[in-house]
Design a protein around this ligand. Sequence first.
Ligand code: CDP
Length: 231
Amino acid sequence: MSLFKKSEAISIDGPAGSGKSTVSRRVAEKLGFAYIDTGAMYRALTLKVMNEGISFDDEEKITELSHDLDLKLIPTTEGKCTIRVILDGKDVSEAIRELGVTRNVKHVARIASVRKNMVKLQRRMVSNLDGAVMEGRDIGTVVLPGAKYKFYVDASFDERVIRRLKELAAKGKVVTREEVAEDLKQRDHTDKTRKVGPLKKADDAIFVDTTDMTIDEVVDEVVGYMRNSLR
Ligand code: CDP
């Protein structure tokens, strides 16, 4: 689709279970843009901190790691348009989704100097690309405040719990509804109350409530909105 200038970045923010990742991947696929999952970046750094046995209190060491992070997000055509995450030359795409990483990512994501390095890296990634859909928590507000198209996707809490349960079940993970609800509740809280780069809708972002929408409908709404704004 050559309608949209490839130099124009698209930001998609929202909480866990909002459908953000699937929608971002599908929009990128539809437009022929690259897809950048910034959550995968915070997850990869968290995994590295855990693997190296560094204390989550050691902000200096974690900042150092974030500065020299050897991280690649490689697009792959396996299944859907998705990415492989390569950390220090090793494929950690599955490892970064483990529960231990999910629970600990908040310790890393709250450090201001770490976020500063991550934002720098994320901006560099976009500037080296010919068109990107970047998803996360602070993309429209901090990383790419000048993005031409900004979206904030959300859904009711119950719907997000159901989606996350299905996602985990599809991966063969046995977790209770209560565990998933507790994880989402805690992550919503830490993501929204973090001092630096909290999860927040940018004033100029389009809000999409995906509660009663299928993924196709959300993708159509996002791309449709972009098309209309060209008129
Ligand atoms: O896929 P899911 O919604 O579970 O989370 P994710 O997008 O992989 O992000 C994992 C965690 O990384 C989030 O809960 C945030 O705490 C953090 N994160 C962040 O601080 N800033 C971003 N731009 C993206 C993620």
